[in-house]
Design a protein around this ligand. Sequence first.
Ligand code: ADP
Ligand code: MG
Ligand code: MG
Length: 209
Amino acid sequence: TDSLDVAALTAWLDRAAAVLEREKARLTELDAAIGDSDHGVNMARGFSAVAAKLAGAPPADPAALFKTVGMTLISTVGGAAGPLYGTLFLQAAGQATGKPALDAPALAECLKAGLAGIVQRGKAEPGDKTMVDALGPAVAALDAAAGASLPQALAAAAAAAEAGMMATIPLVARKGRASYLGERSVGHQDPGATSSFLLLKALADTAAG
Ligand code: ADP
Ligand code: MG
Ligand code: MG
């Protein structure tokens, strides 16, 4: 498949909800080390609400779907991650407007706009040990994979996000709760970078069929 329509995007979000439920304890454990032990619970609750919302009222197009996801995450996730992931999807909705399905370049534009929204809202720079450190490399990889098939491009994006996630381990946190720990945040993987990788991996797995 060369593009993702509402049904495929819904399948992605259903898969993401299942993955986040499965990884809930792991994400909470990462947040216990450098935060307040709620990232797994926050993300599992938010995406379970998203899956329920999409099942109850299937959106007309990808833009409407992303808008529903963004609003649902803002109202159910809370903390730092809720408004940030909510912003990602609301910005993605703007890029998806008028398109019945999203191919690799369209998804790249959506993710790029979503990341820009997160940066505008949270002011994190690359290397601050946040979700930006997984999402930034994923955007770059999607752009670089312009000639590849959609499954290949998304697999490259997920691999880049995973590398970015691993690269947060030695970093000092400069944004969010983890920044209160200063140097003591070194040696721990960022929870938000981890959930960003899981979301992109679920997207790549969905496109792979
Ligand atoms: P909270 O810290 O409010 O409990 P969560 O635990 O759900 O929120 O999410 C924490 C994650 O949010 C961090 O691991 C980090 O990736 C991300 N984060 C926090 N602040 C920022 C920010 N200003 N910009 C980008 N990401 C951030
Ligand atoms: Mg937390
Ligand atoms: Mg919290």
